[in-house]
Write a protein that binds this ligand. Structure first.
Ligand code: ADP
Ligand code: ZN
Length: 775
């Protein structure tokens, strides 16, 4: 054996003793099962650093039995041999002798945190989103799981399977016999306390039996924290209508074929998409498998979550308010296969379900499915890859699919399932586009124009409820100096300050800087004017105009406390509140039959963003907000205030014409050479020194350009230029974009170019693949 010479060099005393005891940990192979091999075992370890490389460490003999792929280990790292925690991604014999390898210092986890299929998925993410495997692995396991929050190790005892044979010729005391009797009768591992109580003895006889190898001591992890079961009223599945039935059939066929297929369930708001997900999951649960349902944000979709809870046993709802202990408990339950349905936001795509049968992404167009920090994955693409690995269907649902998903449907990569009508033939609400350009009320500074106001009065008179949508929080978004004509900006960021009247401050929505701002920061003049309306000023205006009605504002300022959101929705549902106004917080999934009017106060805010998806977002927002009305026999209307009534995004949304909008927007995108026709990656550099970051951006771009040429890659470089938000928290930002029709080309380019980039201090950079945030 090539390795045996090296193997003799292993001196057990050279290695620090680990704290592990020799007792078997439930589920691990016993030491003598694996320790026989003479080979030198090595572990490939990745760490949470931006280096996409696995490091080889030797496994000392006393850890051989414990170490498994997917566990975390402690290893000495770098020149100073600082101990770091990394993931063991593979194990095998070392190929070369005499290598100067370091040793694994200890094994952290009792069981692997990462399953083999999750290994493949995380590796894919590192490649696709150009980060390191270690960063991804660290990111997919919840902190509470890594910390084993809310658990402790306890010791239990069970009788040795061979005890009868081993008892031959062994003399036992009466107490020892009593202990054996108890363990035999109960036939399950017992704690010392349980044994002592039944056998009326101290710890002594139990220890003696362990020494004699008649009783085995086990260490088990128990959860101190076990959540209370929530009592949710159970409902029966609905009888599907024909269009729902057709959609369900396709999904079930694919389930049975055990092949991956992505379905785009395109159904207008209220067309019964959720009911289709539920019945597809019913099928999956019937096979003893689990389903993952991904929603944009748990706290903003309480009604959807409740529907799942009312239909299935053991639903795990992974919301952002879970404590570390709760999260850990759910994770373990999911891994044991004890959970049928997992409902959560983006990170739930990594739920460790052992026999996954289906993944659903509801409202697939929502931007929250893209993670904004490393690993910068898009949940939809990760779900697609996981579904491919596990050979199961993925269902993407939306009334307003992203053009990326729509394009895949059009090019037959994915299957489009359509629910063109609302259930029970309810009409889509008529949408009135209101031109605000000559409205006298708007001209004098109101947010609500004449037409919208009279529409609200009519709806309220008929005892309907009203929703007003305005995607700007605060009181007024512009603080304008009439002397110098400049709008007040944050001193740390390249954005204007917003006046918040409740706190009496001018606030930066990027860095939270706040100032009282009596005088203009530019010229010192005292006459600052507050222009434009955010939700706070809108609230004031509505209170003034509709004195006799109860009004509620929902935005991230008014809904700070946990629970205030559901309390507010309850007040609206039971009719205590007649007018609900708020930011995009109220645009999603809400289903209130009594809402007969929806007002989009200013459709222009999202339209004029410097973003290739500005039109798409505007179309989506108007369609989603419009979907909050006309949900019962009472019907409903929508008013959209805009100063650009001819804008296609607004006109198509008013006609409920997704196909028309998609056709129009696809042409624009194709002409602009942007997604879905090309793939993008954005490189953003930042530094406190503006000239320095500009120079670095130029340097980066030059290296990228050269690599493109040398490797003959089909990638375009755009920029560098200052980012649209050119300063954030005192850091100047530059960016450039890479564009390619094949995303692999960008990956290839970056993997080569990245090694040549200058590594000096004083600046940082990130690469964002498939960016959705263009600021
Ligand atoms: P979507 O998810 O497309 O917005 P939902 O599944 O929430 O649509 O359905 C909208 C409303 O119609 C809900 O109140 C739901 O209970 C009801 N509904 C859905 N499917 C049916 C059906 N087959 N028969 C009767 N009502 C239905
Ligand atoms: Zn700021």
């Amino acid at each position: 054996m090539e390795n045996s010479a090296t193997a003799t060099l292993i001196q057990p005393e050279l290695f620090p003793e680990t704290k592990r005891e020799s007792e078997a940990v439930v589920g691990n192979p016993l030491p003598w099962e694996t320790a026989a091999s003479e080979d030198l075992l090595a572990a490939q370890v990745v760490v949470n650093r931006p280096i996409d490389k696995a490091f080889t460490y030797l496994v000392p003999d006393h850890l051989r039995a414990d170490i498994q792929t997917g566990q975390r280990v402690r290893v000495p790292f770098g020149k100073g041999d600082r101990l770091l925690t990394g993931f063991c991604v593979s194990l095998g014999p070392v190929s070369k002798t005499g290598r100067d390898l370091k040793w694994v210092q200890s094994v952290v986890d009792e069981l692997p945190l990462i399953t083999p299929s999750m290994m493949d998925l995380t590796r894919w993410i590192a490649d696709r989103y150009l980060c390191s495997w270690g960063q991804v692995l660290d990111g997919v396991v919840p902190t509470g799981v890594k910390q084993r929050a809310g658990t402790r190790l306890i010791r239990r005892f069970r009788i040795h399977p061979d005890t009868q044979a081993r008892l031959e010729g062994v003399r036992l005391s009466a107490k020892q016999q009593a202990v054996l009797q108890v363990l035999q009768d109960r036939d399950e591992p017992l704690t010392l306390e349980e044994i002592s109580a039944s056998a009326h003895c101290s710890a002594g006889p139990v220890q003696a039996l362990v020494k004699k190898n008649l009783v085995i001591a086990l260490r088990e992890r128990t959860h101190d924290f076990v959540p209370e079961p929530t009592a949710i009223e159970r409902n029966d599945d609905l009888k599907l209508n024909d269009q729902q039935e057709v959609a369900l059939r396709s999904i079930v066929d694919s389930l049975q074929a055990k092949q991956h297929q992505t379905f785009l369930l395109h159904g207008v708001t209220g067309s019964g998409k959720t009911e289709v997900y539920i019945q597809a999951i019913r099928e999956v649960v019937g096979y003893g498998r689990q389903a993952i349902v991904l929603v944009p944000e748990i706290s903003l979709t309480p009604q959807t979550v409740q529907r799942f809870q009312s239909r299935f046993d053991s639903v795990a709802v992974l919301h952002s308010h879970l404590s570390a202990a709760e999260r850990h408990w759910h994770w373990q339950q999911i891994r044991r296969g004890a959970v049928n349905v997992i409902v959560g936001a983006r990170s739930a795509v990594f739920a460790p379900a052992p026999h996954l049968g289906l993944i659903v992404i509801d409202e697939e167009h929502e931007t929250s499915f893209k993670q904004d920090s490393t690993p910068r994955y898009h949940t939809r693409e990760v779900a697609r890859e996981r579904a491919r690995i596990e050979k199961i269907p993925l269902v993407l649902g939306s009334a307003t699919p992203t053009l990326e998903s729509w394009h895949r449907g059009q090019t037959r990569k994915d299957v489009v399932l359509s629910l063109p009508k609302r259930v029970e033939e309810r009409a889509m609400p008529p949408v009135v586009v209101v031109d605000t350009r000559n409205d006298p009320q708007i001209e004098r500074g109101d947010a609500i124009g004449r037409v919208l106001e009279s529409g609200m009065r009519t709806a309220l008179k008929d005892s309907g409820q009203v929703i007003l949508f305005l995607n700007l929080r605060g009181f007024s978004p512009t603080l304008w100096c009439r002397a110098c004509g400049v709008s007040a900006k944050c001193p740390h960021c390249d954005v204007t300050l917003t006046w918040h009247r409740d706190r009496n401050v001018a606030l930066c929505h990027v860095c939270n800087y706040q100032t009282i701002l009596r005088n203009c920061p530019e010229c010192g003049h005292a006459g600052i004017r507050r222009l434009g309306s955010g939700t706070q000023r809108l609230e004031e205006e509505v209170r003034r105009k509709f004195k006799e009605h109860k009004i509620l504002r929902m935005d991230s300022d008014s809904m700070r406390r946990h629970g205030s959101y559901s309390a507010a929705l309850a007040a609206f549902r039971n009719g205590d509140v007649q007018i609900l106004l708020g930011t995009q917080m109220i645009a999603k999934g809400l289903d209130f039959p009594n809402v007969t009017l929806v007002g989009v106060v200013d459709a222009d805010t999202s339209l004029h963003q410097p973003d290739l998806r500005a039109a798409e977002r505007t179309f989506q927002l108007i369609s989603q907000v419009a979907g909050r009305t006309g949900r019962s026999h009472r019907g409903g209307r929508v008013f959209v205030q805009t100063s650009s009534p001819g804008e296609p995004a607004i006109a198509f949304a008013a006609d409920h014409d997704y196909h028309g909008f998609a056709r129009h927007e696809m042409q624009q995108r194709q002409a602009m050479h942007v997604p879905p026709f090309r793939h993008l990656a954005r490189v953003i550099l930042r530094s406190e020194d503006e000239a320095f970051v500009e120079a670095k951006a130029e340097e980066f771009a030059e290296i990228v350009k050269q690599t493109i040429q040398e490797e003959s890659l089909a990638v375009w470089l755009l920029g560098p230029a200052p980012a649209p938000v050119a300063k954030v928290k005192d850091h100047y930002r530059y960016h450039f974009q890479l564009s390619a029709s094949d995303p692999e080309e960008i990956v290839k380019l970056w993997r080569i170019a990245e090694d040549q980039l200058p590594k000096s201090s004083g600046f940082e950079y990130v690469i964002d693949v498939d960016p959705t945030n263009m600021r």
